[in-house]
Design a protein around this ligand. Sequence first.
Ligand SMILES: NC(=O)C1=CN([C@@H]2O[C@H](COP(=O)(O)OP(=O)(O)OC[C@H]3O[C@@H](n4cnc5c(N)ncnc54)[C@H](OP(=O)(O)O)[C@@H]3O)[C@@H](O)[C@H]2O)C=CC1
Ligand SMILES: CC(C)(CO)C(=O)C(=O)O
Length: 313
Amino acid sequence: MRILVVGAGGIGGYYGGRLLNAGRDVTFLVRQRRAAQLAEAGLVVRSPHGDLDLPAPPTVLAQDIAAPFDLILLSCKAYDLEAAMDSLAPACGPDTLILPVLNGMRHMDLLTARFGASRVLGGLCLISVVLDPDGRVLHLNDLHGLTFGEPAGGRTSRVDAVAAELTGAGFDARLSGSILQDMWEKWIFIATGAGATCLMRAAIGDIVAAGADHVVTSLLAESSAIAASEGFPPRAAATERARDTYTKPGSTMTASMLRDMERGGPIEADQIVGDLLRRGGDPAANPTLRIVLGHLKAYEARRVREAAAGTAG
Ligand SMILES: NC(=O)C1=CN([C@@H]2O[C@H](COP(=O)(O)OP(=O)(O)OC[C@H]3O[C@@H](n4cnc5c(N)ncnc54)[C@H](OP(=O)(O)O)[C@@H]3O)[C@@H](O)[C@H]2O)C=CC1
Ligand SMILES: CC(C)(CO)C(=O)C(=O)O
């Protein structure tokens, strides 16, 4: 199976690197700067599950894609999705499958509208990874799950073929018969964790120490109610896992969105919180999510204003 990994950032670099290391036929679709970095320094992963040093991994620029791929692992950030869809379009043949691992659900609608429902699988990853300033992939926890499946549910021969390709490659690949349910539960999880840690600008343990874990409880309740109204009420185990994770005394966990804010970078505010709130109808019905979104949008507005002032100055 010819696999195209779109983006060699934290997620693409980690899972693509593992697949490449396991002998799969992997090419990274990258832009010029990352292509040069990978050619010079190789793909470097530092992980509690074992480091990787892969010299000169196969890369391609969008304009050089010559033939369709069988599987496209899409791992760009949500704010790059439109450009990434333009870039990967030449890699899409009639039987190509696209496996996105972005958080939220909005990308599913956009991918389906652009490439057709028959080409789009559901997917999510449970991991914490980040690129360091030298372009190395740093794996920050000990999870490395990649769950995928047919959006319509059940099993098909084509998703079994994807499972055969992803299994045994050095991470926890899992074929799900209810991937949309899994994605909604991951969305609730990330909206709660990103919402709480970004709003409070603190790790989970700090929020608990401050006696502010009601913020977590409110976000979890509001997000779960919205998921339920969309037909995906979280299962008890998912709610319990989120509550345990986000009310753990002493936990140093933060969401990747907070790390992005702390380095002054762009964030996925609209996809992770905005779209959820929009699906909830009247924003007043979800006051904590509304405050979180206001906070994130104010961060974005300030970032744009300061960048413009910097350019003007
Ligand atoms: N990091 C994490 O721990 C987790 C992340 N996620 C989700 O996974 C997604 C990816 O996150 P993450 O890997 O951290 O993000 P990164 O920013 O580390 O990586 C995204 C990569 O996509 C590349 N990219 C964007 N557009 C294009 C394009 N048109 N062509 C080629 N490459 C492109 C970027 O390249 P360039 O360098 O050129 O900008 C960048 O390297 C997000 O939606 C995130 O929410 C989910 C779970 C955990
Ligand atoms: C919450 C977490 C770590 C779960 O994978 C995540 O998705 C993120 O921080 O972006």
